[in-house]
Design a protein around this ligand. Structure first.
Ligand SMILES: Nc1ncnc2c1ncn2[C@@H]1O[C@H](COP(=O)(O)OP(=O)(O)O)[C@@H](O)[C@H]1O
Ligand SMILES: [Mg+2]
Length: 240
């Protein structure tokens, strides 16, 4: 069967930053990555290997120093801020490594905000599916709370619900289970499985081998380069 054209295509993406000492540091070094519809990809790699920077480049939150990123037919470098924001709003759901919530809004309003921003209202279907998802992730009773009352793991689950509220075609998640206990992690992974089975494309950055194994494919980053997956030999410590 022929592979469909990529939803996200990264071509020789390089990202350099000025360091404190004035040197240029290469954080991403010639990354090629195609993500096609229906993929469920886990990106692993040691801390500092460039995973978050790569997700930022893939989603237009950051610009590569060289190379290109296309989302469907759009070259992100050719888009102005408004067009980029439109693509992000309509195509991507993003779970950030640290969930930023607006403290002046209660939890449910934080979660529903992307729906309001997109269409000015919340449909009955969206509300029902959001409440159901909050229940499944064990935060069903927290809708009326202020964000500062939540634990890190609760905030993380709020962030996941918020990223899914508009049913994005692509979910990009940066360590979405990093603050969760095993049981909550399993709940999240079950939801990801179902979303992927129903057609959602998922890219997840993770340190957790349990999370990586649940994806359909895995890529590994070391020092800003894609390398072959570390061997999964029984009993061996991996460098996730
Ligand atoms: N805005 C920035 N300015 C300078 N250095 C940065 C910036 N963002 C990330 N880095 C550096 O890039 C490297 C990779 O960071 P990151 O992508 O967050 O790694 P990971 O998510 O794999 O832990 C780190 O050394 C980090 O300090
Ligand atoms: Mg990171």
């Amino acid at each position: 069967m022929q592979r469909s054209s990529p939803l996200i295509a990264a071509h020789t993406v390089t990202r350099r930053f000025d360091s404190a000492t004035g040197d240029l540091v290469t954080v991403l070094d010639g990354i090629d990555l195609d993500i096609v519809e229906g993929d469920y990809l886990a990106l692993t790699g040691p801390s500092g290997s460039g995973k978050t920077t790569l997700l930022s480049c893939l989603s237009g939150l950051d610009q590569p120093s060289s190379g290109s990123v296309h989302i469907r037919d759009d070259d992100l470098a050719a888009l102005d801020d408004k067009a980029l924001a439109h693509i992000r709003r309509t195509t991507l759901g993003f779970v950030f490594q640290r969930t930023d919530l607006l403290d002046e809004l209660v939890v449910i309003d934080n979660i529903l905000l992307p729906a309001i921003r997109r269409s000015g209202r919340v449909s009955a279907d969206t509300l029902a599916s959001t409440v159901e998802l909050m229940d499944r992730l064990g935060i069903g009773k927290l809708g009326g709370r202020a964000p500062h009352e939540l634990s890190g793991g609760q905030r993380q689950r709020v962030g996941i619900c918020r990223a899914l509220v508009n049913r994005p075609p692509i979910l990009i998640a940066d360590e979405p289970t990093g603050a969760l206990h095993r049981e909550s992690t399993e709940d999240v992974l079950d939801v990801f499985d179902e979303l992927n089975a129903s057609g959602m494309t998922i890219v997840v950055v993770t340190h957790d081998p349990v999370v990586a194994r649940r994806a359909r494919s895995r890529r590994h980053l070391v020092d800003g380069r894609m390398v072959d997956e570390p061997a999964h030999r029984a009993g061996e410590q991996s460098d996730f």
